[in-house]
Ligand binder design. Structure first.
Ligand code: GAL
Ligand code: ZN
Length: 669
């Protein structure tokens, strides 16, 4: 497609304000129910619904047939009710007839077992047969609804993530590899095929990493992750281009799944007009509020700082965990406003009305089985209505002076089998470093490893096991230029081919960090540590490294075992900046101390001076959001006279927040 397209949500929010709604699956209901749906939606302030995600078999009941009549009526009904439609291409779940007639469209797992229809997502991303059928229905859908007054947004597929190991996928992998490497010699070199007699003498020999007797080649596997993400992206692009051709002014999105390993969201986000995400915090997870905040910040990063959409969240319990805790009263509002505070312009749910049948009949919805006269629906309605009063937040940015680096290639590379420890995980490390920032109300932008860093006062790299030369050079230049950098353990280890960088580690960051190491030492139990400036003792776990200071100051050291007296945390003044290296996994309080010191180096403070535990503080535009995720009533001083946009109350001094309460404060003079 030619020319840059306007990205972001403004085409959706213009004239509508914040978006509120959910997945609407009217095909599961007799038409008599639809009119009630529309009335209830209006009453609840719903202004956006996602329609048709799983409607392929309804739209194309047999090969080549078309049944759009019911969807025409749904679209007209929504238009009449003033509700915009996020119309889905139905290609996430092909009808049974496709798998029956053309079983080669069904995916094979790594053992060569076929995954059958009867559920959803049963397609091979590289199948030309699937592609042709998918584009056929997409083309007709676009032609049919181009210009329809309800059509506001295209929702391509659903939660992309399928993988297939079939022969067609193998050939697509070879083609991808040929484009990447040009020739077999380069591939053999990158994959290190002199190891274990793996040299390839012809392209036809190359396979996906199928089930094998023992550990597979890590670079083959890394390229497979890259390929699988790209193969799906290629399919997304094909659908998107069909839609854009027909409806150039309707933005296109596909719903991400947060920190989801199979899809390199940095590459994907660049291809969509609006970034959207599905987010299902686990009510049983004490870290859920911070984990969720991190994912919201990632979405804002993917959107290039622009607003994004929370496409799916649950109004109550989900049904896909083994034991599904409900959301207590107030929780749906709290979680939804958290997304708003972190840059979402739309707050949507899966789904509008709870299904009576099918695999998700026990999943909560905006209208439960018990009907609208229920606690849950009343909360939904109240929340939808209160969003009308927060319209000024739409489009506003969340300014941050701290960047946290996260990349998918690193995630894939770090977690290949055959590593020193499988307990070091990229997503968990990201959360560990994010947590103390979140606890202090420090806003963070999540950025890719090749981001422009110049505007940030502090850059946090929880892990960068795989690092490209130019990205390491940029981090080094950032420190020399006066920036503050924090780097977590087992970073700077391999190049983009997954080859270990020779020399003391982290080789490409050694100068910036003023320190280097020679052994990675996964820990049997807890490792004792102490601050060298008298700050007391702490423990670390899982991972230690044998480090030597080379200009850096050892700020904390190990106290026991073979590492006694060796640096555990180092701080290096380099050029105008400061670089921290953490050579272990410190207990949360100790990592919080590292981050507090780095924040002090960077001159960055949280949004409020004193933030009680469990309270989240984040500023969006002019509005300071305070969200109490804790179980105790909290008092927070926003530092001045403020109006709470949620209640209209104006007050000076501390705000009282019972559990699950939220304040949206705007300064008033
Ligand atoms: C999402 C999906 C929805 C629904 C929901 C249930 O993964 O996109 O279709 O299945 O989960 O939580
Ligand atoms: Zn396949």
């Amino acid at each position: 497609m030619s020319g840059p397209r306007p990205r972001g949500t403004h085409r959706l929010t213009a004239g509508r304000g914040l978006l509120f709604g959910g997945d609407y699956n009217p095909e599961q209901w007799p038409e008599e129910v639809w009119a009630e749906d529309a009335a209830l939606m209006r009453d609840a302030g719903v202004n956006l619904v996602t329609v048709g995600v799983f409607s392929w078999a309804r739209l194309e009941p047999e090969p080549g047939a078309r049944d759009f009549g019911w969807l025409d009526r749904v679209m007209d009904l929504m238009a009449g009710a003033g509700i915009a439609v996020d119309l889905a291409t139905p290609t996430a779940s092909p009808p049974p007839w496709l798998g029956h007639l053309r079983p080669e469209t069904l995916p094979l797992d790594a053992s060569g077992h076929r995954l059958w229809y009867g559920s959803r997502n049963q397609f091979c991303p590289s199948s030309p047969v699937y592609r042709e059928r998918a584009l056929g229905i997409v083309r007709d859908l676009a032609a049919r609804y181009a210009g329809h007054p309800a059509l506001a947004l295209w929702h391509v597929g659903n939660e992309y993530g399928q993988v297939c190991h079939c022969d067609v996928s193998a050939q697509a992998f070879r083609d991808w590899l040929e484009r990447r490497y040009g020739g077999l010699d380069a591939l053999n070199a990158a994959w290190g095929t002199t190891f274990w007699s793996q040299r390839y003498s012809g392209w036809a020999e190359i396979l996906p990493p199928r089930r094998a007797p023992y550990l597979v080649n890590p670079t083959q596997s890394l390229d497979w992750w890259r390929f699988c993400s790209d193969a799906l992206l290629d399919h997304f692009r094909a659908e998107r281009d069909v839609l854009r051709e027909r409806t150039p002014d309707v933005p296109v999105t596909t719903n991400f799944m947060g920190l989801f390993k199979p899809v390199d969201a940095w590459r994907w986000a660049a291809e969509e007009d609006v970034v959207s995400n599905d987010c299902y915090p686990d009510p049983g997870d004490p870290l859920a509020p911070a984990r969720t905040a991190l994912v919201h910040d990632l979405m804002r990063g993917l959107a290039g700082g622009r607003p994004w959409l929370l496409m799916e969240q649950a109004a109550g319990a989900v049904n896909w965990r083994p034991h599904n805790l409900p959301k207590p009263p107030g929780q749906l509002r709290l979680e939804s406003l958290q997304a708003l505070a972190r840059g979402a312009d739309g707050l949507c749910y899966f789904q509008w009305r709870a299904s009576r049948f099918g695999a998700e009949r026990f999943h909560s919805a905006m209208v439960p089985h018990a009907g609208p006269d229920t606690r849950l629906h009343r909360e939904v309605r109240a929340h939808g209505r209160e969003l009308r009063g927060l319209g000024e937040v739409a489009g506003q940015p969340v300014p941050a002076r701290v960047a946290l680096v996260f990349g998918w290639e690193n995630w894939w590379a770090l977690e290949e089998p055959g590593r020193p420890s499988d307990r070091l995980r990229a997503d968990e490390q990201a959360l560990a470093y994010y947590l103390p920032l979140w606890e202090r109300g420090v806003s963070v932008d999540v950025v890719p490893p090749d981001a422009e860093l110049g505007g940030y006062a502090l850059v946090v790299v929880p892990n960068l096991f795989l690092v490209a030369d130019r990205d390491a050079a940029a981090l080094t230049a950032y420190v020399r230029g006066g920036g503050v950098l924090v780097v977590g353990p087992f970073s700077g280890v391999v190049d983009p081919d997954g080859h270990v960088r020779a020399g003391r580690f982290p080789a490409p960051l050694r100068a910036a960090l003023g320190a280097s190491g020679e052994e990675w030492l996964p820990a049997a139990g807890e490792a004792g540590c102490r601050w060298r400036d008298g700050g007391g003792a702490f423990t670390a776990r899982t991972w230690t490294e044998l480090m030597t200071a080379e200009g850096a100051e050892p700020v904390a050291e190990f106290t026991g075992g073979d590492l006694a007296g060796r640096p555990a945390v180092l701080r290096h003044r380099a050029g105008g900046g400061t670089a921290w290296y953490v050579a272990t996994l410190p207990e949360p309080a100790a990592l919080a101390e590292v981050m507090a010191r780095a924040l002090a180096d960077a001159g960055v403070r949280g949004e409020v001076a004193e933030l009680p535990a469990g309270v989240e503080a984040v500023r969006r535009g002019e509005v300071l959001f305070l969200l109490n995720h804790g179980t105790a009533t909290a008092r927070v001083d926003p530092g001045g006279r403020c109006e709470d946009l949620l209640t209209g109350a104006v007050a000076d001094g501390p705000v009282t927040l019972p559990p699950r309460a939220v304040a949206a404060l705007r300064r008033r003079t």
